[in-house]
Design a protein. Sequence first.
Lengths: 217, 217
Amino acid sequence: MGRPPMEKRSRVPEPTISRLATYFRCLAELQDQQVAVVSSEEIAFRAGVKASQFRKDLSYFGEFGVQGLGYPVPHLLRRVSSILQLDQAHKVALLGAGNLGTALAGFPGFSRWGFQILWIFDASPAKVGQSINQIVVESSSALPRPLGADLGILAVPTQAAREAAQLLVDSGVTALLNFTGAHLHLGPQVTVRNVDLTHELAVLAYHATQLQKAVDP
Amino acid sequence: MGRPPMEKRSRVPEPTISRLATYFRCLAELQDQQVAVVSSEEIAFRAGVKASQFRKDLSYFGEFGVQGLGYPVPHLLRRVSSILQLDQAHKVALLGAGNLGTALAGFPGFSRWGFQILWIFDASPAKVGQSINQIVVESSSALPRPLGADLGILAVPTQAAREAAQLLVDSGVTALLNFTGAHLHLGPQVTVRNVDLTHELAVLAYHATQLQKAVDP
């Protein structure tokens, strides 16, 4: 049950990390429903993957379930939570206090999982000084270095994205959630996850049309 | 150069469709930068995949580039756009007129790619009758059947998600973009794409911590 050494852990493939976050969400749901034990088949079904994939993903981090008995939900939830560092608080800086930024600042899912938005910055003097969820919006031109944030969220207009991202990186942020359409290259030290809403709609458009063709070819 | 028959196209793997949407975004950027011809290596680099992956994804849809000469950007952009049905308008219904819904209604990327939000529904009497981006918010309890929307966007609180999703499905929507944390099972006729913001932060939290360990083990 020991934690494998760092050298091994750092070779965990990116899709495995992404799926672990999905397993975490499914396990949290099961915990909420007071389910005590879960099979790999059940959790894989909920996560939309094969049971063999689920077991392979877990195998990077040691042994978990008991053969034939399934996985104790609270234990597995704690382990996955620990792997993803969701068992500790993360300080988040938000850039952009428009509608999207305001929606994100009030998003209840963040605080439940330990993500605390502690700073909100905006370039517009009209926004600076306003309060959003009890946080006073500060001017992004006065972003402190170092800021002390673990994660940054970029919710500015696309044309302002590169400059805003650089401000966050200069303040010491190494992990960025990017809601703009900009393609950011911030060097090997910075991880960027893109939430590309148009991308998601494009995939849906393809499926919607395929379904219409299947019904009425 | 002909379009393969439907039977072949319907076997296109899901990740290929998702990557095609990424290629589309990269091609639109190249077009904006007035780049005429692009190599598979260049576009793959921009999309964050291997060149061999890019070529394999395209191969599902016939022949594109000219060996050794690369891909003409305007032509490839039109073809990918046509595969993803981004060359036609899509009527979108939005459920939820809170901060997130308001941000989405004003998102410029949607209209550029042919996604037109034509309806906004909300359950709250306080929201009904208000205008967002020149669209009057209607009551979700009066959602017409059929509505005539191609796509639905779910931007309601998580606890209202299942009921709201069912309203959209009952109105004839077969493709849903889900911003709530709810796990929706809407049957084989409905495609759901989840935008799980906490999921993205969880993946970032893992990377941020790995980077900190690498610097200060």
